[in-house]
Design a binder for this molecule. Structure first.
Ligand SMILES: NC(=O)c1ccc[n+]([C@@H]2O[C@H](COP(=O)([O-])OP(=O)(O)OC[C@H]3O[C@@H](n4cnc5c(N)ncnc54)[C@H](O)[C@@H]3O)[C@@H](O)[C@H]2O)c1
Length: 352
């Protein structure tokens, strides 16, 4: 097949990890006989520096013309002035919204070799295989904002259509898995959560009666994720709750550098990125873990290009590289030398 893929490396470790993602993409193309045309464009801090805006019009046009987008990360201390009018994260939020990518899929699984990399006890991690579906273009991150010297506000708004489309996506995914859906909200306090719960109840009752649905308050969910993570199958939740819960869930896997994500809308075009940020503390040192980005490439192959065999091959290759002990500093076992970002990427290509 032929596909055009836009690469938005971004800031900090973004260029380092996307370089390994594209190394793997090219290897998949060569092995399976596909022609992937890769193009680079600017997003985030690097785009602000060169063009004055976090999402240049050219980047957006290229994204619309692509079959899929691979993204590193954006942001960093250089652009962190709280009073700045333009911020790198605006670029990220804008491209998600412009492409109407409302469902952000964040799978969490644990490689047996990395059980020791988590701060949780091994028996708690037994059998963890969950998928968080985070609403991505609504809620408090996108609501009206005000700023005065001594008062500031962020409005959290959801419409029933916005809730329905993301919950429907989560239901479809749950049907292909263990058929359990956990909807996370704060319905005891927030009106937007009460709407979320009502719409979810109606939808599941009418269209997905085969699913087991439970509602869990977000504070309790944060606790259950650390206490009994294996009890979850698909978790669906609003934007900010999903953002926070998945950083927590990365502790189950052992590192932020292991969790991929796919941001999807109604069509096949998607945006794929690791869940981590630009990690300025380790940027430029060649030690970042590229596995989350490479696993995001697997999701790209699966969801945007419908190349399931190739996606599974990439996931197996990452698993084998980990089996072989090719582990970057964030997950290296005590007393063993850590792999560099490039060594980890090359190990995946070898395993492919
Ligand atoms: N999607 C995005 O682009 C995104 C997401 C979150 C944060 N950010 C931005 O990134 C910047 C840094 O934010 P932060 O420090 O809170 O979060 P972060 O995810 O960048 O880093 C948190 C910690 O995890 C480590 N880490 C992250 N990714 C890693 C990897 N691949 N390999 C090894 N270690 C890794 C970092 O070294 C750091 O100690 C901020 O400017 C923030 O706004 C961007």
């Amino acid at each position: 097949m032929k596909a055009s893929i836009l690469v938005l490396a971004g800031d900090g470790i973004g260029p380092e990890v996307t370089a390994e993602g594209t190394r793997v993409l090219r290897a998949v193309g060569a092995k399976f006989g596909h022609t992937f045309t890769l193009r680079d464009a600017l997003l985030g801090g690097v785009a602000i520096d060169r063009t004055g805006t976090a999402l240049p019009a050219e980047t957006l046009a290229l994204a619309r013309a692509s079959d899929a987008i691979l993204l590193g990360a954006v942001g960093g201390p250089k652009w962190d002035d709280p009073l700045a009018k333009v911020r790198p994260e605006q670029g990220l939020l804008a491209i998600r919204r412009e492409l109407v990518l409302y469902a952000n899929l964040r799978p969490v699984t644990i490689h047996p070799k990395l059980v020791g990399a988590s701060t949780l006890r091994p028996e708690v991690l037994q059998g963890v295989d969950l998928l968080v579906v985070r609403e991505l273009i609504g809620g408090i991150y996108f609501g009206e904002k005000t700023r005065e010297p001594d008062r500031a506000s962020d409005l959290c708004v959801y419409t029933s259509d916005e809730v329905r489309r993301v919950v429907r996506r989560a239901c479809e995914l749950a049907r292909g898995r263990r058929k359990k859906l956990t909807s996370v909200d704060k319905a005891n306090v927030l009106e937007s959560s009460r709407l979320w719960r009502r719409i979810t109840d109606e939808l599941v009752r009418k269209e997905y009666p085969d699913l087991q649905l439970e509602h869990v308050l977000v504070d309790a969910c944060a606790m259950y994720l650390a206490r009994r993570p294996a009890s979850f199958d698909v978790i669906v939740t609003e934007n900010m709750f999903g953002d926070i819960l998945t950083d927590e869930a990365s502790v189950l896997a052992g590192s932020m550098g292991l969790l991929p994500s796919a941001s999807l809308g109604d069509g096949p075009r998607g945006l794929y990125e690791p869940i981590h940020g630009s990690a300025p503390d380790i940027a430029g040192r060649g030690i970042a873990n590229p596995y989350a980005t490479i696993l995001s490439v697997a999701m790209l192959l699966r969801y945007s290009l419908a190349l399931e065999k190739e996606a599974a091959a990439v996931e197996r290759a990452v698993s084998r590289a980990i089996d072989r002990g090719v582990l970057t500093a964030d997950i290296a076992l005590p007393g063993t030398p850590a792999a560099t970002t490039v060594q980890a990427g090359k190990a995946v290509v070898e395993e492919l």
